[in-house]
Design a protein around this ligand. Sequence first.
Ligand SMILES: O=P(O)(O)OC[C@H]1O[C@H](O)[C@H](O)[C@@H](O)[C@@H]1O
Length: 577
Amino acid sequence: MSIADSPAKRKLQEQGLEHVSGLAISETAAWKQLHQHVGEIKKTHLRELMKDEQRCQSMIKEVDGIVVDYSRQRVTTGTMEKLLSLANEAKLSEKIDAMWSGKHINSTEDRAVLHCALRAPREAEIFCDGKNVVPEVWSTLDKIKEFSERVRSGEWVGATGKALTNVVAIGIGGSFLGPLFVHNALETEPSAEKLAEGRSLRFFSNVDPVDSGIALKGLDPETTLVVVVSKTFTTAETMLNARTCRAWITSNLGVDAVSKHMIAVSTNLELVKEFGIDPENAFPFWDWVGGRYSVTSAVGVLPLALQYGFDKVEEFLKGTWSMDQHFRNAPLESNLPVLLGLLSVWNVTFLGYPARAILPYSQALQKLAPHIQQVSMESNGKGVAIDGTPLPYEAGEIEFGEPGTNGQHSFYQLIHQGRVVPCDFIGAVRSQHSVFMPGEKVSNHDELMSNFFAQADALADGKTPEDLKAEGVAAPLIPHKVFTGNRPSLSILLPTLDAFTIGQLLSLYEHRIAVQGFIWNVNSFDQWGVELGKSLASRVRTQLNASRTRDAPLQGFNYSTTYLLTHYLKGKTPVHD
Ligand SMILES: O=P(O)(O)OC[C@H]1O[C@H](O)[C@H](O)[C@@H](O)[C@@H]1O
């Protein structure tokens, strides 16, 4: 079949979205100019670029209290102009409009991409297939508010009449990482901490039996509410974990206890019912919400509202919406997600830096990197354009990270003297917890932030052999102590870390990643790459069952897998192990 006839392309044409398919972005003048421009940039050093104060001033933006400084990127004002021309050639504004207007831009799944509607105020109107979806969003939010208040007040009790103070949220991937990130970030925020007093929220994601041990350790089923979170309600790991928890509840409290102790979040309410969860206690979301973009749906809102109360979670939603509005309305040249997305494309595709380190100088943001890792790598880790043609350039970014200062004592060596890894430094002006001890030079937060400021300059400026010589460093050691510098980074400074700013930060990253995908011309909203492993695991599962129960010989595997499976099967006693 020719590309022109492909079903994905036809879907795009039906939607009036021809411009997102088949656009040979790498053939455009803007793309070629950027390639040529790489040579000019290679002649510059950040040490010099940072001396140009006008340049730096033009690269520091403040939006709604958040300061973003991209002056330490390997760009000139000319580079930024060229990147904005690329955005125009890629029809970025039209693609953003298409997303907001509910067009089925996820063409391979024939779905709209409307996670922004999840945080829209009640009176907003956002349409999908001719219907305003905001009322149904709010009907679920109202249901969550009412339910979470009943649980938190002790009006809703478990099967033995005890209040449910512990919540275990079962889910994996998008049904886990976002809620975990937000929970971690709120856990130490003083007002949220107070609201969560006497309550606990745990996550149970991995199908590893060790994780069930950790998730349920020390919990009393009489006071525990289990939330099964799964968009599809078919994910093998989640469903086995849900059955494990159901068995834990029924063996302790009887079969009837399930309706009091298990609730669900899903787009598949039929399967929720089949599982035995009362449909009254199921909280819907919709196929226009991608899993990794679902933290602002019931996926995140329900467990977080149980822990912190709905009003606190609403502040988080308002934060996301405020950045959504900026993304929707600000001109491209001052639009933070757009600028950051373009800079990532510049780093990955033009400068050839495939990775990005996410380095929050905030322990509360310890799960930001794992969450963004999924949002980014599942969204943009693609090998073909949206119309199915192979990409003639590298797309997608390898994301990793740890909170500073811990990362400094771990992998920063490579970042300073080994490979070039563009870094996102994230810090807050005010800490969630201030500690200042008399006699110390600075507060503990100032100590932390001294590193936030210093690291960016160390990467940009480096240290020359001349500097070292002047310091009297012995000649043989000089090459080992040189820092080449010229390593790009980005500084994001939040006013503080609370529910609202956590929302802003999340939305900033979500849209930045979408912008990257729009420029690279990939479908950032499907994830076919996770399917093959799943189906092969299912073959292995069938084989393991047959071998253990009927001693069936291994069949249909290559030499290596047969060897490994034989070794595995020999190593333990049948079935129950
Ligand atoms: O929410 P679920 O349907 O259980 O899906 C959980 C996860 O599974 C898949 O493997 C996808 O790659 C993820 O995007 C998704 O979030």
